[in-house]
Design a binder for this molecule. Structure first.
Ligand code: ATP
Ligand code: MG
Length: 365
């Protein structure tokens, strides 16, 4: 995967900017608040159809303008793509891929593949389970359109089920309608569980290898998927049966508490180093290595699934890594297109800088 160019029109603090990227390492450096992360955000927006830092599309349109446009040209598997994304204030987004209008925003998923990594991602390690579920969901949504469909349908059904549980109607009517929602919750939810299980098993081995090297052979890093429903075999029928049983057992208590207590929205992904939970026992350095291992295995996973190497977006993260990890990262990302943002690249351990394309970002230029 190789991004050839990015065109920004009235996007954040950019008025009109054409950027031609190098197929290798691209460094965007400059003082704070100049527009470095805005470039990363534009690329991410065309990967996922949404920003990595806001849910409000209007925020991305330049303050004094009404519409904004981002065009990215890239090459994937010897095929040229051109994504044209138009954002109008308070209006539906208009997206074209090679001139053909997309019906739904989510149709953009799977076209441009990227892996984003910023210091903010330490949340995956340090915070609650929702951050780790988000980590899994964003990767699976990018690589499996069906997963994204099942996931969004599941969330809709879950929201409706919870509204019903808060209803003051008599219990007989509620129970009958719950049967209908439960059936759908099980259909979508079981597929999500199965995909998450397979994903975690696949990434576990990759992350273990990377972390082993990063720790000089000392550490065994493992990911363990902990679904909120216990099931036997990984077959979809076993998962469905276990989910149904759990919902039936928990129904009275769900009705009392007025919420759905079991399902993929309550899953956990536990991270262990030498059998100890990283979140509670890992040092700062170990936590950073684990995050780097997760991000690099995410890259490998996307490559395995899609057949092409994703573009790596490193926002402010390179300077945060020590020399050992910077060196490891550089050796890992040979033949990968990378966008690195930093305030100063002079002190980065990047090897031969003459091969990199360097951009100085100043006031949205
Ligand atoms: P840092 O090194 O602090 O991370 P940065 O170069 O990554 O800085 P960005 O986040 O890319 O900075 O850009 C922030 C700039 O964009 C700020 O000056 C901010 O005021 C400006 N900005 C944000 N949204 C808009 C908008 N909608 N219209 C115009 N300017 C905006
Ligand atoms: Mg920034």
């Amino acid at each position: 995967m190789n991004i050839e160019s990015i065109f920004l029109l009235n996007f954040r603090n950019y008025s009109e900017q054409y950027i031609e990227l190098d197929p290798g390492i691209n460094i965007f450096y400059g003082e704070n608040a100049q527009g470095k992360t805005n470039v990363i955000e534009a690329v991410y927006l065309l990967t996922m159809g949404k920003s990595h830092r806001t849910n409000k599309y209007n925020e991305m349109v330049k303050w004094d303008k009404n519409d904004s446009r981002i065009c990215i040209k890239f090459n994937k598997d010897d095929f040229d793509y051109n994504i044209d994304f138009v954002l109008k204030r308070n209006q539906k987004k208009q997206i074209k891929v090679n001139g053909v209008r997309l019906d739904k925003l989510s149709d953009i998923l799977g076209k441009l593949n990227t892996v984003i990594f910023s210091p903010d991602h330490m949340k995956i390690i340090k915070e609650g389970p929702s951050e780790r579920r988000r980590f899994i969901d964003s990767i699976l949504s990018q690589t499996k359109p069906k997963y994204y469909y099942n996931f969004t349908q599941y969330l809709k059904v879950l929201a409706q089920r919870n509204v019903l549980l808060c209803n003051e109607k008599n219990d007989g009517i509620i129970e009958k309608t719950l049967d209908i929602w439960d059936h759908q919750l099980i259909e979508y939810g079981s597929r999500i569980i199965k995909d998450r299980q397979i994903f975690v098993e696949s990434i576990d081995n990759k992350a273990w290898k990377i972390n082993k090297e990063l720790s000089g052979g000392r550490e065994d890093f493992h990911l363990k998927y902990m679904p909120s429903i216990a099931y036997g075999k990984h077959e979809i029928t076993d998962i469905k049966n276990a989910f149904e049983k759990r919902l039936t057992e928990a129904r009275a208590s769900d009705m009392r508490r007025k919420l759905t207590q079991y399902g993929p929205h309550r899953d956990e992904l536990n991270l262990f180093i030498n059998d100890k939970e990283v979140r509670n026992y890992g040092s700062q350095g170990q936590q950073r290595s684990v995050l780097l291992s997760l991000k690099l295995s995410e890259m490998e996973y996307i490559k395995d699934e899609t057949g092409s190497t994703p573009v790596l977006l490193l926002d402010d993260v390179f300077s945060e890594l020590d020399k050992l990890r910077q060196g490891f990262l550089i050796s890992f990302i040979k033949n990968v297109q990378v966008i690195i943002t930093c305030t100063d690249y002079e002190n980065l351990y990047l090897g031969d800088k003459s091969t990199y394309k360097i951009f100085n970002v100043r006031s949205g230029k």
